[in-house]
Design a protein around this ligand. Sequence first.
Ligand code: SF4
Length: 269
Amino acid sequence: MARLDSPSSINTFKQCQRRYYYNYIIRLPTKENIYTLRGNIVHDVLEKFFKLNLEKVDNAHLESVLKLTLLDLLRQGWMTRLRKIVSLGLPQERTGYYFEETRQMLLTWLDNFITTLDKSDLKSSFKEKVPKYQEHELICEELGLKGIIDAVHQCDDGILILDYKTSRVDEMKVEYKLQLAIYALLYQQKYNQLPSRVGIDLLKHGQRIISVDPSLIELAKKEVAYVKENTTSNNIADYPKKPSPLCKWDGGACDFYEVCQPFDKAQPL
Ligand code: SF4
């Protein structure tokens, strides 16, 4: 089967073609870090949160139950991955900091979520907010494209696609917009229906939503075609390095820094 690109691989190619080569052409192993592990935990927590059975909870206690359950899901998710987190070798206080930051992000997310519920009937309102699909994988062989959408909501004005983000920065980055554009394209290919809106749900800051219009779909098609056209080769020389602050930063580095040696002038770019 031909290689399937994803929003992640397409954004990687745009950021550094050599990184794309290492990751997606010769498939060198990648390493987990605290941000990828935390992202996985948070996604699991929110997926399970929306599967809660609230039948036996009365409205008066619903907010407290939601809060306690969310925190319990976080604790379970963190403990399940504790061995991996410890293996990162971070100082204990640093790990504690990330746990607390994640806890605060989820509580902020919950506060925002609760404000969207109808106070007169919290339980029914909660049910209406449950996504139509969660962790929804879409594959389009024709475009050589795949993606996993965090949440698809059926709203009054049509479909809303959301991607959860644990970023500290309140910004619709260019790569986020392209990721969402690709999801809209994949959704249209699968269901023959264009989503009305797409957005990021920044747990720390709230949702940032954009409308889907033909220009967004064109952006996705153009970028996907560009990456496809430029990734037919298996020759490393066709994937230049792009040395930048994303190669190495305080406390982290690109997964391929050692093999790449981006700042070694003796090595050809
Ligand atoms: S170390 Fe820098 S130049 Fe090398 S693959 Fe990673 S991002 Fe690209």
